[in-house]
Design a protein around this ligand. Structure first.
Ligand code: NAD
Length: 498
């Protein structure tokens, strides 16, 4: 069994006595590796390496940074299969799904390959006689990213290409449950020609996070994970004077109107609910069935849930793999039991599913709950598992009220044939990312990703233009080059233009 080390200053760094944690193969239930757990010493070593690297990286030319990002992008293409298998083996998701997350992450690298355009400042000629104004943006320094288990490649890729391309140096603290993708990416960066110390990985849990939040050498923290930890990270890091972006949990509703193509909607809801075993922040977890749509929709959803093929993520034909840990499976299966006790109808019951040859794996099957109300735990809690709850309402306006009363506001979708309904929905719903006949509306990399309400603490979404803004700060320069003969009188009154 191997131990997964930190990655600091371009090399692996073994643990320094702060312990290790198990990394499981969720499909077999077996421990397959240990990951070192860092604390203040490892974070400090990473900050020292990143600070030294920043001295030169901040002055690298745009073309040098662009070349590194082009090379890195190609390496992500060349090594996609290998990286996808690493992700699948530690997370449990299917290899195809892991390829999907790598592609979506790679798109952020493609966005920053256009760095020259992204970082262009503006110029105002002759704002006063003989005076011009221009602005430009500069990197912050050493910045850190703290990321969740569910997208071990894509979520960090929302952060580090943008931070690094804009001239910062980066410390990644990935999830301790599936840590290997981070080290793999670190090697690709080195191969792409990124100087040592620009990208570092410190593994660990709360101790490593607390050390990052408190370290005076770190200028900004990007966080993606559950809402309670997002709130904690935001509060702590801002109290230390850092810039913070903190994305939290979700409960995503897909509304189905009676005029929708029910077969199409149910297909997409099934994939959106059970893909990646529901362990996506954009997973569809609530189907809001409007009026006459409800009975027919519930019947088609039940048929499709029963057709989902559950198995190991690396087996051909698998639609849905196991959950990430044994504890996650217990939590999800208990939630289905509680829903039944609270009056929901368990239409499809995924509890107790055994996959032949993988009896110790952390599998549960897809569950479908009907007649769920907004008071039930299955509605109120983020279950983060393959459970789809049907809530029945009479009108679109009622559906919008349900969504707006929910504390989360990450993603939502509407299935309809009506442009008028779609327009009303997208204007009134208090959610950051909206799909019209698109179940999992993850924005492209040249837009920014972020929810509303408890799904985003603070006010900064990730990647796209907002990401560039987050990792840079502006300077505005007012310039005068007077000709020797020109009389420019100094005044004691506040300067105005003339
Ligand atoms: P998590 O909040 O448990 O962990 C996220 C990170 O915080 C990890 O790196 C972890 O090591 C660290 N952490 C955990 N407990 C901590 C503590 N007490 N103090 C300090 N740091 C701590 O989240 P997770 O279980 O890894 O991921 C699933 C969650 O992430 C879900 O809630 C999901 O909705 C959310 N998520 C949100 C988005 C989004 O874009 N909004 C994207 C992906 C995942």
């Amino acid at each position: 069994m191997h131990t997964i080390p930190h990655w600091i200053n371009g090399s692996p760094l073994p643990g320094t006595g702060t312990g290790t944690a198990p990394v499981f193969n969720p499909a077999t239930g077996a421990e397959q590796a240990r990951v070192v757990l860092g604390g203040a010493a490892e974070v400090d070593a990473a900050v020292r390496a990143a600070s030294a690297a920043f001295e030169t990286w901040q002055d690298s030319s745009l073309s040098q940074r662009t070349q590194v990002m082009f090379a890195f992008r190609q390496l992500l293409v060349d090594h996609e299969e290998e990286l996808a298998r690493i992700i699948s083996a530690e997370h449990g998701k299917t290899v195809d799904d892991a390829r999907g997350e790598i592609t979506r992450g790679r798109e952020v690298v493609e966005y920053v390959c256009g760095l020259g355009d992204v970082l262009k400042g503006s110029f105002s000629d002759q704002v006063s006689r003989g005076v011009d104004v221009h602005d430009f943006r500069q990197p912050l320094g050493v910045v850190a990213g703290i990321t969740p288990f569910n997208f071990p490649a894509m979520v960090p890729l929302w952060m580090h290409p943008v931070a690094i391309a804009t001239g910062n140096t980066f410390i990644l603290k990935p999830s301790e449950r599936d840590p290997s993708a981070a080290n793999f990416v670190a090697r690709l960066y080195r191969q792409a020609g990124l100087p040592d110390g620009v990208f570092n990985v410190v593994h660990g849990g709360k101790d490593a996070v607390d050390a990052i939040l408190a370290h005076p050498g770190i200028e900004a923290v990007s966080f993606v994970g559950s809402t309670p930890i997002a709130k904690y990270v935001h509060e702590q890091a801002t109290s230390y004077g850092k810039r913070v972006q903190a994305l939290g949990g979700a409960k995503n509703h897909a509304v189905v109107l009676p005029d929708a193509d029910l077969e199409f909607a149910a297909d997409h809801l099934t994939a959106g609910a059970y893909g990646s075993a529901g362990e996506r922040c954009m997973a569809v977890s609530v189907a809001v069935a409007v009026g006459d749509a409800a009975d027919a929709l519930a019947a088609v959803l039940a048929r499709k849930a029963n057709e989902v093929r559950v198995g190991p993520g690396d087996a051909p034909g698998t639609d849905m793999g196991p959950l990430v840990t044994r504890a996650a499976r217990e939590r999800v299966e208990n939630a289905v039991g509680t829903a039944a006790a609270q009056g929901a109808t368990v239409v499809v019951d995924g509890r107790g599913l055994k996959v032949e040859g993988h009896e110790e794996g952390f599998f549960t099957g897809p569950s479908l709950l009907d007649h769920v109300t907004t008071e039930m735990d299955a509605y109120r809690e983020e279950l983060f598992g393959p459970v789809l709850a049907i809530v029945r309402v009479d009108t679109l306006d009622e559906a919008i009220d349900v969504i707006n009363a929910n504390p989360y506001g990450n993603g939502t979708a509407l299935f309809t044939a009506s442009g008028e309904a779609a327009r009303r929905f997208q204007r009134r719903v208090k959610v950051g990312m909206i799909g019209i006949n698109v179940p999992v509306p993850v924005p492209m990399s040249y837009y920014s990703f972020g929810g509303w309400k408890d799904s985003l603490v603070g006010d900064s979404p990730v990647h796209g233009p907002e990401g560039v803004r987050f990792y840079t700060r502006p300077k505005v320069v007012t310039t005068r080059w007077p000709r020797p003969a020109q009389q420019v009188t100094a005044g004691f009154t506040f300067p105005t233009s003339s």
